[in-house]
Design a protein around this ligand. Structure first.
Ligand code: NAD
Length: 255
């Protein structure tokens, strides 16, 4: 399995899961473009990566911006092999207080952002008849729910509908498009919720530990590799078994 010598874009790559993806791809020999709306953070992230890397500022909700990103990468490296459409936001709001602005913002970044990132890279992937596209969805929405995240869950489920049709449309070239579904992953934001919260989360995960950004990165690296060429339009759950127990009782059985 290899992404060696690939040119890989990671949106939202400046922090959290995106940085974990960038780090795994970089360790595996890819040249990584850290693309993020937070440009200084993207530059710092690119500097920290072990292999060749550059930073590009992008707002994935703007078509001009995603097109400029793809152009900049092709100007610099000549092609785009891998796109990890990972940028996402997850502000919490109870359903009865959820505003249209909250709804639009989450769906703009998570769904429209993935669509625009894919659309901007596709012409260059077609030129070389090769591409590996991996979206970061979530277990929240496609598989389970969590109070406060109705809009977020809807956006993450919508990403899978997009993947299934997009995969058919690009299947005539050697271009695949898949999604990873992370469970609870230890990123800065989650750490801020405190040890007590993290302990309770751990108790609900059969593997007994939260995921790391690198855990997600390894799943993405597989789908982004040349060996995953016959896998398209599908999902890979990376949750330590979190979505498996049919009830809390199932976990207590094995305590
Ligand atoms: P994070 O906030 O650490 O990282 C998100 C990155 O996206 C940030 O660097 C941010 O600047 C960037 N970003 C935000 N809006 C952008 C925009 N408009 N254009 C370009 N970049 C933008 O969050 P994270 O936890 O690493 O989440 C990354 C992805 O993983 C998201 O899609 C999220 O929904 C998904 N996810 C996270 C978890 C988790 O437990 N952390 C679980 C499941 C799925």
């Amino acid at each position: 399995m290899t992404v060696e010598d690939s040119i890989a874009i990671v949106t939202g790559g400046a922090s959290g899961i995106g940085y974990g993806i960038a780090e795994v791809l970089s360790n595996d020999g890819a040249t990584v473009v850290v693309a993020d709306v937070d440009e200084p953070a993207a530059e710092a992230a690119a500097d920290d990566l072990p292999g060749p890397a550059t930073a590009v500022g992008v707002d994935v909700t703007e078509r001009e911006s995603t097109e400029a990103l793809a152009e900049a990468v092709v100007d610099e490296y000549g092609r785009i092999d891998v796109l990890c459409a990972n940028a996402g936001i997850f502000p919490s709001a109870p359903l009865e207080e959820l505003s249209v602005d909250d709804w639009d913002r989450v769906n703009d970044v998570n769904v429209k952002g993935a669509f625009l990132s894919v659309q901007a890279c596709l012409p260059y992937m077609r030129e070389h008849d090769y591409g590996r596209i991996v979206l970061t969805s979530s277990i929240t929405g496609p598989m389970v729910g969590y109070p406060g995240w109705a809009h977020y869950g809807a956006s993450k489920a919508a990403m899978l509908g997009f993947v299934r049709t997009a995969a058919i449309e690009v299947a005539d070239a050697d271009i695949t498009i898949n999604a990873v579904l992370p469970g609870n992953v230890r990123t800065g934001g989650l750490d801020d919720l405190g040890e007590e919260y993290l302990d309770r989360m751990r108790e609900s995960i059969p593997k007994g530990e939260l995921g790391t950004p690198e855990d997600v990165g390894h799943a993405v690296a597989f789908l982004a590799s040349d060996r995953a060429g016959y896998i398209t339009g599908t999902t890979l759950v990376v949750d330590g078994g979190q979505t498996l127990p049919e009830s809390q009782l199932a976990l207590e059985e094995v305590e």
